[in-house]
Ligand binder design. Sequence first.
Ligand code: CUA
Length: 315
Amino acid sequence: MLSGCAAAPSTLAPQGQGAAEIAMLWWIMFWLATGVFIAVMGLLFYALFRSRTGHPEESQTESRRDNLLIIGGGVTTLIILVVVYFFTLRTINVLAAATPEAEFTIEVVGRQWWWEVYYPNQQVITANEIHIPVGQRVALKVTSGDVIHSFWVPQLHGKIDMIPGQTNTLWLQADRPGQYYGVCAEYCGIQHAKMAFIVVAEPLDEFREWLEQQSRPAVEAGDPLTQEGQELFLSTNCSQCHTISGTSASGTLGPDLTHFASRSTLGAGILPNTREHLAQWILNPQQIKQGNLMPATQLTEPKLEALVAYLQNLE
Ligand code: CUA
């Protein structure tokens, strides 16, 4: 119960139509269950404390009344179940609606333990941060690159499984601009709990600007320090696992880093994307997120500084 007091995003504070439908169904069930609880408790106390006269005549009317209560209880149960059934079907229907009219499609691939995000129409690829235009539906296609994950943004929509070899679809809509926290909702290995992401909902023109910016190749390394960092990146293991478009780095094992500095988190939603955290991550990612695919590195302080400067330059 105490975990309910945490400031985590609540499904009962919906910010989009999908989550609002789910929250409404929840409240309908909550109030029905509350009514049932009060009625059952009332009947229980009535049964405990009613006076029994013992007269044969009166006990006959009493048993008739009891029979009526039993039948009434059965009929009420049936009505409640039908009502819940109706509202559940209605919610499922709204949530599962296809969105052929969606202007933007986003493909998300779950990986142990991060999210690959792809905008096929704009040829934009990023990770762990999904931008959407506010107040409009985007179509989501999700799958997995390894084990089963589940895509969940509690304040925007229900969960959807990400299954290897299968594509599931969902629509997403945020009614207000803002950042919405997303998590993996299917146990997928040791770092399941650290598989998070954010959804950034922004006005349409800002969203288009973001798309345009993300579709460009990486900015060129300007000053000597970032240049040194770039050389280091391209000449070491980094480039075998990560892609930075516009350079020779084209690895696909880890997240695309072309616009790494424009993202607000590091390690799939678990740390703010700052110089200090990035340096820690590069030196020993296993300490922060044990079991992930990135190995520790041995870099001297100046080399680390150059590498961090280069990556933080990739707006
Ligand atoms: Cu991915 Cu749990």
